[in-house]
Design a protein. Structure first.
Length: 98
């Protein structure tokens, strides 16, 4: 779950702007050139699709690729942390269920 840096309201995983105040989420803009923007935007969309499907490992891969291009992207850092935590919880459930 994301939170707007401006107003603190909760935002959806795939929101690029706060639905309450309109502030851009995620810190720095995605890219300086259109080519870079397209690549990062595609990777972000893929990561969100993987998340929604429960494919956390592929989502982590995409988030890490985005952070190579945009190391200060707060939104992606937050999503990466949450996804890694979900993987750990899933692994713990599997161990308990075994």
């Amino acid at each position: 779950m994301l939170h707007c840096q401006n107003c603190g309201k909760t935002a959806q995983l795939d929101d690029l702007f706060c639905g309450f105040c309109g502030t851009k989420l995620g810190g720095e803009p995605f890219g300086e050139t259109q080519e870079r923007l397209d690549l990062v935007a595609i990777q972000y969309r893929l990561a969100i699709i993987y998340l929604k499907k429960g494919d956390y490992r592929h989502a982590v891969e995409k988030f890490k690729k985005i952070l190579q291009k945009e190391p200060n992207n707060i939104q992606v850092k937050e999503l990466l942390t949450q996804t890694e935590q979900a993987i750990k919880k899933s692994q713990l459930r599997e161990q308990v269920g075994s």
